[in-house]
Structure formats: structure tokens, C-alpha cells
Design a binder for this molecule. Structure first.
Ligand code: GAR
Length: 194
């Protein structure tokens, strides 16, 4: 199984979906740690309660983005991590960090990329009168929300939707496609080993 780290900043519902999926003995990834840049991230409690190593690496405790990322990188290496899943991790990561993980970082984003990169995706989709919204899992490259898309799921935007109601409908799909995308990456990593 591919040793996987999940990076969060908050609630961690996508992290929970990945942890649940990885409970199956035949799932190709194993969640070895959950890292948060915020000590108050709700998801940390779930991870700890499920016997997963947790670590807070607070970006505010470092003098620069590079120093923060060096600490993060060092921790992930110490855990012999092979794949990284960003799951509501709200820090931009640099090209230098990404280059050390060569095609092994996934992100989930709440839009049908390349539409609505960045923040407030649902608010923007509703304001535009979009009829369809959704989510994407992509490989992380230095371009923000710009790496190759592995999987997407669509949902209808319904009359009367608010950013919150739309987000909830999209989130159900996030929880469905993220484990599938992680399984794909994990299988690729396992094949590379052989
Ligand atoms: C998810 O909807 C995720 O797609 C989004 O934040 C939420 C995190 O929820 N990510 C981004 O906006 C990345 N820019 P979660 O903590 O419950 O998984």
C-alpha cells in the first residue's frame, strides 16, 4: 500500500472520506499521517481518534513560506510518505516543494476545473447563473489549481441554491471521487516500486 499523508486546514471531511476508504484491506493507499497548518483544525480529532499520527505545522511559526515547507517536507520524509493528498489545505505550496514530490500530490477543488480556480467557487458559479457545478481531483503542479485533472463529478445548480446548499451537494461528490483518485495514484506508485 502506498504510504499517504493527508494535509488539512479545517473540517477535514474529505480526509475522513479517504480514511474510511483506506479501511478496506484491498485499498491501495494507507493513511500514515494527517498534517494541519492550524492547531484548531477540527479534522485532527477524527484522525487521532482513528489511530493516525497527527502533526500540527503552523505556518505562522516560520519566518517564510520556504521555512514552513522545509519543516513540512522534513516531517513527511521522516514518515516515509509516498503520496500526499491535499484535503482543504488552504496554503499555496511552492514549485520547490512540489518538485520534490514529482507527480505524487493530489488536490481536490470544488469546481469543474479549469472553471473557477481559487476561492469562493460556489458563490461565483451562482452569480454567473451556471447550471452545472462540481468538483475536480487533480495532480498538483506549480500553477494554482492548474495541474492535470484526474476525475470530476458534476452536480446541477438548482433554483434557490445558495453557496452553502450548492457546496453541500458538491461535497457529497468530493467524498465519492477523492478516494477513487487516490486509489489511482497509489496503484501507480506501487507499480513504480516493482
Ligand atoms: C472542500 O470543499 C474542498 O474542495 C475545498 O475546501 C473544502 C474543504 O472541506 N478546497 C478548496 O477550496 C481548495 N482551494 P473539508 O475540510 O471538509 O474536506
Amino acid at each position: 500500500r502506498a504510504r499517504t499523508a493527508i494535509l488539512i486546514s479545517g473540517r477535514g471531511s474529505n480526509m475522513m472520506a479517504l480514511v474510511e476508504a483506506a479501511r478496506a484491506a484491498d485499498f491501495p493507499a494507507e493513511v500514515v499521517c494527517v498534517v494541519s497548518n492550524r492547531a484548531d483544525a477540527k479534522g485532527l480529532e477524527f484522525a487521532a481518534a482513528n489511530g493516525i499520527a497527527t502533526r500540527v505545522i503552523d505556518h505562522k511559526a516560520y519566518p517564510s513560506r520556504e521555512a514552513f515547507e522545509a519543516a513540512l517536507d522534513q516531517y513527511l520524509r521522516s514518515m516515509h510518505v509516498e503520496a500526499i493528498a491535499l484535503a482543504g489545505f488552504m496554503r499555496v505550496i511552492t514549485a520547490q516543494f512540489i518538485s520534490g514530490w514529482d507527480g505524487r500530490i493530489l488536490n481536490i477543488h470544488p469546481s469543474l476545473l479549469p472553471a473557477y480556480k481559487g476561492l469562493h467557487t460556489h458563490e461565483r458559479a451562482i452569480a454567473d447563473g451556471a447550471k452545472v457545478a462540481g468538483c475536480s481531483v487533480h495532480l498538483v503542479t506549480p500553477e494554482l489549481d492548474g495541474g492535470p485533472v484526474l476525475l470530476q463529478a458534476e452536480v446541477s445548480v438548482l433554483p434557490g441554491d445558495t453557496p452553502d446548499t450548492l457546496a453541500a451537494r458538491v461535497l457529497e461528490q468530493e467524498h465519492r471521487i477523492y478516494p477513487q483518485a487516490l486509489a489511482w495514484l497509489a496503484n501507480r506508485i506501487i507499480e513504480d516500486r516493482e
